[in-house]
Design a protein around this ligand. Structure first.
Ligand code: GAP
Length: 514
């Protein structure tokens, strides 16, 4: 465990050192759970967004995009249920004065049982070697069974308390499990109370009568309230979808794990409007499609899993998460929800406007049902960054840090490097860079030895380096070095665009989806 934590710390440090992610307001000692993306981070983030956007709007004839405002009429958040129910249960330790999410404290306790079980399994696997039957061991080992029974009992009690919104019971679980504050080490806890996660601000001057507005906690409501506008002006026929990428804000109390849980983050959401009764068919379609989108990146199929929700929100009739194996365990990156007609019906009720669809094939009007796919850009960024990071032993005491980004997502696609800084090589290298930059993000670098320059490009995940040497001046060929294999081959300058495009264009990735 400690080892994984160290790996994560190293990855976070690398993200800063190479211009991917900076703490917000760092020179003022930072702002907790808010981050800025640097010169390489913004390119990676934009590429993730383009991959998602184009897979939605270009590969589906019936999906269009919008970009709605962050500020919206406050009644929208009343209708959506966020004003009344978008809460976290909080508890304070009276000695350290630190505030925690009660549910997170209990979830961490549940995770400790999982750790204990996994340790028993790992120990036994080592002891029995090839002949180890993990399934049998989990079913029969007395210590594993004991941990599992305690875990299940705790989980059941916790789920019931959350379900019933029973704050006193949440506190009692913390007391009964003897959970201590990590800072003070004591069990001197306050009561648990609800805390709304929305940021509130005022619009208009006080003299005019300022109105309280919220910074949106999800982008989805901007889609719901524009449903009719898009359906009518785009002459959309059901089934159809509306996609949006944009910022969302949540006053997260437990902000942890770098950009995993932020107060300002970005979402990529798509609401797919369907006929009532057909929602399960489309839920299944989107569940499969979204997993295909993730796996097409080639970061390893075993790093993903579905987590189907047992407990559903009152308006949902199916929900699943796509989880990714981060250095701190499998974590939710995306949610796919069948939200029935809840949101549109609520907006109809609160706005007093009719939000229905006339289905010419059925010759009747109805409120469409909705399948939602919702993924956090920053979590996606984190999953890509963590899984692509490698501190590689090259033998003979030599090492390199390399980011094996899927080439279409890499911030820089190609670096053009003159072998030395004279004899006309820089001029020739510039000429090649100027030719390639219309199609690819290119960098020119002439500083330091060629070996150091390769390492710098590896450390930001550049898939290809083009090296210009004396032979280039004679026969117009260059050395093309591949980041992952470090193989170098001689290619004609005229072939470069074609070769690079086949590997690094977003096109090549999108084609895998169909
Ligand atoms: N419209 C549905 C919705 O917002 P959610 O599960 O609350 O559902 C969807 O959020 C996705 O947004 C999550 O799967 C996650 O990737 C991302 N997300 C949510 N809260 C986040 C936070 N505080 N920081 C970063 N990403 C977050």
């Amino acid at each position: 465990m400690a080892k994984q934590e160290d790996v994560f710390k190293t990855i976070v440090a690398h993200a800063k050192e190479y211009g991917f992610v900076f703490q917000s307001s760092e020179i003022y000692d930072g702002l907790s759970a808010v981050y800025d993306y640097g010169q390489n981070g913004v390119e990676l983030k934009n590429n993730i967004k383009r991959y998602w956007w184009e897979s939605m709007t270009m590969l589906h004839d019936n999906i269009v995009g919008i970009d709605s405002a962050i500020f919206m009429h406050p009644t929208i958040w009343k209708a959506s249920g966020h004003v009344d129910a978008f809460n976290d249960p909080l508890i304070d330790n009276k000695d350290s004065k630190k505030r925690y999410r009660a549910d997170v404290l209990i979830e961490d306790e549940i995770a400790k049982f999982d750790d204990k079980i996994n340790k028993e399994v790992a120990k036994a696997a080592k002891r029995f070697g090839e002949s180890f039957d993990e399934e049998m061991f989990r079913k029969t080992n007395p210590r594993v069974l004991e941990h599992q029974a305690k875990r299940d009992a705790l989980h059941e009690r916790f789920a019931k308390a959350m379900n019933d919104n029973d704050l006193a019971e949440l506190r009692q679980i913390i007391i009964d499990q003897e959970i201590v504050c990590p800072i003070s080490g004591t069990r001197n806890w306050t009561d648990v109370r609800q805390f709304n996660l929305m940021f509130k601000t005022e619009m208009g001057s006080t003299a005019d009568g300022a109105m309280n507005v919220y910074l949106r906690p999800e982008t989805a409501q901007g889609i719901f309230v524009n449903y009719l506008n898009v359906q009518k002006t785009g002459r959309m026929r059901i089934p159809f979808g509306i996609a949006q990428i944009g910022k969302a804000f949540r006053n997260e109390i437990v902000a942890r794990q770098f950009i995993f849980r932020m107060r300002e983050f970005e979402q990529m959401e798509m609401q797919f409007f369907v006929r009532p009764g057909e929602e399960m068919h489309y839920f299944d379609y989107w569940r499969q499609w979204r997993m295909r989108w993730h796996k097409a990146l080639g970061m390893g199929d075993s790093k993903y899993r579905f987590h189907d929700h047992e407990k559903l929100a009152h308006y949902a009739n199916a929900a699943t998460d796509i989880e990714f194996e981060m250095p701190f365990g499998f974590k939710e990156v995306e949610g796919i929800h069948s939200r029935t007609d809840f949101d549109l019906s609520q907006h109809e009720k609160y706005s007093g406007k009719k939000i229905q669809y006339f289905d010419p094939e059925l010759n009747k009007s109805y409120t469409p049902y909705v399948i939602e796919t919702s993924i956090g850009v920053d979590r996606m960024f984190l999953s890509v960054f963590c899984s692509c990071y490698e501190d590689q032993d090259l033998g003979n005491g030599d090492r390199r840090v390399v980011l094996h980004f899927p080439a279409p997502l890499a911030p820089v696609k190609c670096a053009v490097l003159p072998l030395i800084k004279k004899d006309g090589l820089p001029e020739k290298a510039r000429e090649i860079q100027h030719r390639l930059r219309f199609d690819f993000t290119c960098q020119y670098d002439e500083k330091d030895s060629i070996g150091k320059r390769y390492r710098r490009q590896d450390a930001i995940g550049t898939p290809y380096c083009v090296t210009v040497d004396h032979q280039t001046l004679e026969d117009n060929t260059v050395t093309l070095r591949h980041r992952d294999t470090m193989e170098q081959k001689r290619v004609a300058i005229d072939e470069l665009e074609g070769m690079l495009a086949a590997e690094v264009s977003l096109n090549s990735l999108l084609r895998k989806l169909l």
